[in-house]
Design a protein around this ligand. Structure first.
Ligand code: AMP
Ligand code: ZN
Length: 149
């Protein structure tokens, strides 16, 4: 059998971690290689690689944990702000194939960037192109909602 991923091993208690929060569906732990003090990962207990494959119940639990933890993390490290993000799929830079939300405390003068800086090699599309992209996304959302019915 394939070895469980590092986050599954942490969830089972088979690998060490600085755990900060846990409930039935979710675990939060400090990132082992933090971008800033208090850099926290929130993970679903289910082994799911990507956000779109997460169950709706786990998605609710994950976002609720994010909502509950963000202010406390900021207060604990006296950070005035946070950047929150998911590397969703290998092409985005995801290295651990178990979904996780990064909560990265931010400080004045920390020389960090904004989330929009992660992909810049794209010219501004024309209005017509924007219309077509929006139309394709609306269609895809409709198809997905039909599949759920
Ligand atoms: P990514 O998959 O690119 O979103 O990043 C994975 C993150 O998981 C990195 O920031 C790592 O530092 C972090 N990480 C990897 N292994 C561990 C571990 N054993 N405990 C805590 N964090 C980890
Ligand atoms: Zn896993």
């Amino acid at each position: 059998m394939e070895r469980p991923c590092i986050f599954c091993r942490i969830i089972r208690g088979d690998a060490p971690a600085h755990r900060v929060y846990e409930d039935e569906r979710v675990l939060a732990l400090l990132d082992i290689n933090p971008c800033s003090p208090g850099h926290t990962l929130i993970i679903p207990k289910a082994h799911v690689g990507r956000l779109e494959n997460l169950s709706e119940d786990d998605a609710i639990a994950l976002f609720l944990a994010l909502h509950r933890l963000t202010g406390s993390i900021q207060r604990a490290v006296e950070a005035p702000a946070t950047t929150i993000g998911i590397n969703n799929g290998p092409e985005s830079g995801q290295e651990v194939p178990h979904l996780h939300i990064h909560i990265i405390p931010r400080f004045k003068g920390d020389r960090g960037g904004v989330v929009q800086s992660v992909a810049r090699g794209y010219r501004r599309p024309s209005d017509e192109e924007m219309y077509k992209i929006a139309e394709r996304i609306r269609e895809a959302i409709k198809e997905a909602s039909k599949r759920r019915d």
